[in-house]
Every structure is written in C-alpha cells, then in structure tokens.
Unconditional design. Structure first.
Length: 131
C-alpha cells in the first residue's frame, strides 16, 4: 500500500495538482452529477471512487462527506436541470417553471456560499465532533 505522503508527492509532481485542488475537482464533479441524477445514486457510485483518493490525500472523512452531500444536493436544485424543481412542477401545476427557477436562485447562492465556507474552513463541519 502506498503511503499518503508519497502519494501526495506523486500526484503533485506528475500532474501539478494540489490535494485541495483534486478534492475541489471531485466535489465539483459531484455537483455536476447532481444536475441530472438523484443524490442517492450519485453517492452510491461516486463515494467508492472518490473516498479512497481523498483518504490517500489525508482529507478528513466527515468534512469530505459533508462537502459531497452539500454539492450533490445543490446540484439537484440548480437550473437548468434542477430535478427537485421538476418534482415541484408536478405538484404546483399553476406556477410557471420560470417563476420556480427564479425563486430557487437565492437558495442556490446561499447554498454555494455555505459549501465554500465548509470547504475552506473544515472546522465548521467537524467542530461538534470535538466537543
């Protein structure tokens, strides 16, 4: 088994990528998958692939799981696909989908801000564990 520090050096020297950049790429990929696929299947497919990579990079498991869940659920409410908006459209047939899209955007921006905060300040997602 490859040691974490050797793997970090190998990834950085071969591809020029930092561990944080690779983790950001994985989280962004989960965000994009959340556009078109429900969160459950995205996690079932993505976590077994992404988790060993981030563990080799030394990322905190709780922090990374929180980022993945946030990114996937934000993807599900983000236009133009917004799976949750399509489900809501089936319930509220009298409200145009354009109104739903414009109504969800403040929540998308607030959720993206919370994802950025959790990503750059991991203590926000792990502080309760240390009490």
């Amino acid at each position: 088994m490859v040691q974490s520090d050797q793997n970090d050096d190998h990834i950085h020297s071969k591809h020029g990528a930092s561990p944080l950049g690779l983790e950001a790429f994985i989280i962004f990929a989960m965000f994009l998958l959340g556009f078109v696929i429900d969160a459950g299947p995205v996690m079932l497919v993505g976590v077994p692939i992404a988790f060993p990579i981030t563990q080799a990079l030394g990322a905190d498991r709780i922090w990374f799981a929180n980022c993945l869940i946030l990114a996937t659920t934000i993807g599900m409410i983000t236009p133009p696909v917004a799976l949750n908006i399509f489900a809501l459209e089936g319930i509220a047939k009298d409200v145009p989908i354009g109104v739903m899209y414009s109504g969800i955007m403040p929540f998308v921006w607030a959720s993206l801000a919370s994802l950025a905060l959790v990503f750059f300040f991991p203590v926000l997602s792990t502080a309760l564990l240390n009490l």
